[in-house]
Design a protein around this ligand. Sequence first.
Ligand code: ADP
Ligand code: ZN
Ligand code: ZN
Length: 708
Amino acid sequence: MDDRPRPHWLAVAVPTPAHSGLGEPLTYRGDAPLPPGSIVRVPLGAREVLGVVWGAAAPPSADLQAAVRPLAGAFEGLAPLADDWRRLIEFTARYYQRALGEVALAALPPQLRTLSGAQMARRLKRQAAAPPSPAAETTKTIALSADQAVATARIEHENGPFLLFGATGSGKTEVYMQAVERLLAREATAQALVLVPEINLTPQLEARFAERFGAHTIVSLHSGLTPPQRLAAWLAAHAGRARIVLGTRVAVLASLPRLRLIVVDEEHDPSYKQQEGARYSARDLAVYRGRLLGAKVILGSATPSLESWHASTPETEDGPGRYLRLAMPRRIGAGADGGLPKVRRVDMGRQPRGTLIAAPLLAAIGERVARGEQALLLLNRRGYAPVLHCADCGWKSECPHCSAYRVFHKVDRTLRCHHCGFTQRVPRVCPACGNLDIAPLGRGTEQLEERLAELLAGVCRPDGAPARIARIDADSTRGKGQLESQLAQVHAGAVDVLVGTQMIAKGHDFRRVTLVAAINPDGALFSSDFRAPERLFALLMQAAGRAGRDAAASAGSEMWVQTHHPAHPLYAALKTHDYPGFAARQLDERAQAGLPPFSHLALLRAEARSQEAAQAFLSALAQRAQDALARDPALAAALPHVTWYPAVPLAVQRVAGIERAQMLLESPARAALQRVLAACLPLLHALRAEPGHRGIVRWAVDVDPLAL
Ligand code: ADP
Ligand code: ZN
Ligand code: ZN
């Protein structure tokens, strides 16, 4: 007789290797029933891994039962993950075409994997001793602006989701805090989640929330934390002790058993889209999660994504919008003009050839510096020059491993590939013909910083000292803490002119900046990427929002744009701060071209040693998928609604010696696209295993891709 306890068969989601094809939970044997959502340790192959109990499994047939492996352990005392959390993970895995276990485990703090049951028990005991966070004690009452009062009241009394369309400095953050405050006052145990696009925006926000609600009620959750910090924050959220969770996109999948409110600040920001593994959009998942829970969702932006803008249009051809739009067009403390900076376009076609900074802009910068104000100059190219070039033979600094040029960095005299990182010292002579005269082509932030020092040589600050110039970009902030210390310098007023990439355009509250200039933004006007204009407009509006944050200074603040196309509608809309006008035109174009939000896209990507192999893989998949779908009566109906485009090379076709190809799928019907993608997945796994496609290095599915 078998004297073991009666077995309980459990379906456990485990982190199966991304493309193993094992998407479903695996069956394990437990000695006791465990509720769904329990976090357990299980054997997987030769390893022991973390898993999440998804439910009871069907009992295996008698001859297979002996082969089912037992659980290795469970975290006793750790509450199971909630049903709605598991629904969210299921949706994420299904919608973004990834394995369930992969998504579930990626949403848990990495340190859980290394913790023993005993260690966890000790930890939970320690935390149980800590008193629960009391409801927020608000000390300060703030007189809301009229716009804020209306937005706050509507958020309180209507269901949403809300699109808070508020100019930079209109007080969106205050509206978020009001919503949180009212929620916490109303519901004794409720939790709020506030998402920001970038880690370096969390400290600023955390300080504001901590001042209002007390530091003990808040945790931050993002990938910049150490593993122990992340575990502690996750546990606080999971136990419901943290009332407010601030985080980046990973936090949208956190366990929050009493979640009642989700805020997505700067909802248009591309950082909300994960670019590897499960390529989810944290913004879209926030909306889904809100609906699942009946929790309120607030998306906030001065330049909403066209998707959200369209969804919040009160009347469209398909009926009323899904989101409620709340507008706050005026800056706090501003006069009738709204307090937004004056936009000035400089026609570079009328400037002497090769002008880096037009004379009137230079003069304006000089005046600001002389008055003790700050100027911010944006150039979206780091390094000294994007290419090094030999005028004699035409040699250019191509990367031998990528279809891209290596960028000239003068500081350490290197040529660096920004795609694969390949770095060499700058050659003394042209490697092709020996010419001594190789010269930089184009300009990057390093060069702007260097030239600016010469151009501003005669300019003095109010105290008579020369202008101080600093640069912030990915190169200047590589070391840990460097970005923080450089930003602190700017805040402290130790910098007069700040040069940088888009890194400096986002969110930072620079009080003394009264002039912002985009040095060379034209590239995006004619990009092949259909979202490039939207991103440029958002970036410039965002940058303009850096100018004149101080109400006293906002009257004289300016945003300068150097352009060869001063009459371009995008700049015309920028001049009048007319996001709705810009959006309307873009949406017209998108509607005509059948692009999102009027259609839904997915990309199938393949990488291989040769471009032919990558494309052949995708073409074979398309053929097979279409055959399979046509044969299946349940799926055949979806087929005519999906357009398959041919496989093509990516814009940067080769990176680190690997060729990249992609195939676009497009459909006006999201559900049809989803069905087709789901049918593709097993075929992709099968195809990859075939001898004819051994050359495939990796493949991926990107649903709702941001860039084509
Ligand atoms: P946004 O998030 O829309 O860019 P913020 O919430 O950061 O705007 O607000 C801009 C500035 O105005 C902040 O310094 C904030 O403290 C201040 N502010 C916001 N609301 C009010 C208000 N009702 N009264 C006074 N100052 C306010
Ligand atoms: Zn040469
Ligand atoms: Zn390279």
